[in-house]
Write a protein that binds this ligand. Structure first.
Ligand SMILES: [Zn+2]
Length: 474
């Protein structure tokens, strides 16, 4: 599961984009479970939770922080109406707990408000369209019962592989003023459970097109909407041609516009089964400019790549191994852009990865998100894939798309683990030296990143050199 953010906070001449893309675990399903009813009536949004057992503490499984402020979003946006219950942050989770230490009442009423802003490692809870349309992430009400606050504090950040009580909440969605849309279908009310999707409340129009159905904010800058609608099917067709079909043949593209905030250029997005969602914000995207166009193309290429690597296609085993799926999607996007957009500057994008990775290599790449350095998974992951691709091409086995296609054939469980990836590097390079080097970087980082990476890439056949602290490709 993936979500990616690229944001420029200051209107500076050089396009410096911060990025945070990440991935989050899903809860293990249980036999019965919590149910929720989410309703909009006029301007009021409510959620009624019906818990299925007694517990003094319930933790929201999806509790990522807001990327910009590193604060939890629920306590600021949700108000618990049920007496004797409070919503607060404990450890890495938003929790509901009873004030008297007894079981939380089985029925909890909450008033919801919405806000924009990406999360550090998860899907935005709400996509805010400028006409009042809202799309809510379906998994934000998943809860796990806990015996104590200490247990909440001890809950690890990555729940992948843990067997937890509770499970995905069955949520019924209802708009008293209209219809809700789930999976491209508008209906009076809909119930989802582990659907991993966005539920749309509002009138935003669905525009059909060749290879993509789009729900685009009516106030999105026109050039951007046209470009997204035009470009997305082209890059999808390219991936399909090289990699074969990926799940849903006509994905839905949901694009929200959060307004022209001064000094800001922001693109956020993520993919879910059959769905690409994006939010744009800031005066920086009002007018077309070559750097923004380059970013927007690359961004779509990255998100679309996840249909084959990182989402339904091939998943990582653990969140710390997201450098495989995020770095891979980055390089896939660069290769796809290079193929379908003649003026796309491939060398500049590869150099950007080098410039972003090197300063983040001082400590282990896999633990970078714990330090708030999510971007290491993307940029350093892309450089590791670049070396794997070089070895592959030297052996006559093709580029990253050929590699991903081969992994699809090999990884019959749908998981591309670190061990699988490193084994491929060993096979293609003919010894385990490169794999041992990557493992060291993943676990410990590098003492001289630029020169170590330059030597590593040169050995694979990619021209690279260190100039002081900088890694220069080409
Ligand atoms: Zn991504």
């Amino acid at each position: 599961m993936l979500t990616c953010t690229f944001q420029r906070l200051a209107a500076v001449a050089a396009l410096t984009l911060l990025a945070a893309c990440a991935s989050t675990p899903a809860a293990r399903p249980a036999a019965e479970g919590v149910t929720a009813r989410v309703e909009r009536s006029g301007g009021t949004w409510t959620a009624r939770l019906d818990l299925d057992r007694d517990a003094p503490v319930w933790a929201f499984v999806r509790s990522a922080l807001l990327r910009e402020t590193r604060q939890p979003w629920r306590p600021a946006r949700w108000t618990v109406r049920t007496p004797g219950v409070t919503l607060e942050r404990i450890g890495d989770y938003d929790v509901l707990r009873s004030l008297d230490g007894g079981p939380v009442p089985r029925r909890i009423d909450i008033v919801l408000t919405h806000g924009s802003g990406d999360l550090e490692a998860d899907y935005q809870p709400t996509l805010m369209f400028s006409d009042g349309t809202r799309a809510l992430f379906s998994e934000q009400f998943n809860l796990v019962p806990l015996p104590s606050l200490e247990a909440a504090r001890a809950l690890p950040r990555d729940l992948n592989g843990l067997d937890l009580p509770g499970g995905p909440t069955a949520v019924t969605w209802r708009d008293r003023d209209g219809l809700v849309m789930v999976g491209g279908r508008r209906q009076r009310e809909a119930t989802t459970r582990e659907a991993d999707t966005y539920v749309l409340f509002g009138a935003a129009r669905v525009v059909g097109g060749e290879g993509v159905a789009a729900v685009v904010d009516p106030n999105l800058p026109v050039w951007l909407g046209e470009h997204l609608r035009g470009f997305t099917p082209r890059v999808m067709a390219h991936y399909r041609e090289r990699l074969g079909p990926a799940g849903d043949d006509t994905p839905t593209l949901m694009v929200a516009w959060n307004g022209p905030r001064a000094g800001l250029t922001s693109m956020g997005g993520s993919v879910l089964p059959g769905l690409i969602v994006m939010s744009f914000e800031g005066e920086g995207v009002l007018a077309p400019s070559p750097p923004i166009l380059q970013r927007a193309r690359w961004f779509i290429g990255h998100e679309a790549a996840h249909f084959w690597l990182g989402s339904d296609g091939l998943r990582y085993a653990f969140a710390r191994e997201a450098w495989i799926t995020e770095g891979g999607a980055d390089l896939m996007a660069i290769r796809a852009m290079g193929a379908v957009e003649p003026d796309f500057d491939v060398a500049a994008e590869l150099q950007r990865e080098a410039d972003e990775c090197v300063p983040l290599m001082a400590a282990g790449v896999e633990s970078a998100p714990e330090r708030g350095e999510h971007r290491a998974h993307y940029a350093c992951g892309a450089l590791f894939w670049l070396a794997l691709e070089s070895w592959s091409q030297r052996g006559g086995e093709g580029d990253i798309l050929a590699l991903v296609r081969r992994f699809h054939g090999q990884q019959t469980d749908g998981v591309l683990s670190r061990a699988d990836w490193l084994a491929e590097l060993t096979r293609l390079s003919g010894s385990d030296a490169a794999a041992r080097q990557v493992a060291r970087w993943l676990d410990q980082g590098a003492s001289a990143p630029a020169s170590e990476l330059a030597a590593f890439l040169r050995a694979a056949g990619t021209p690279a050199r260190a100039e002081g602290e900088r890694l220069i490709l080409g």
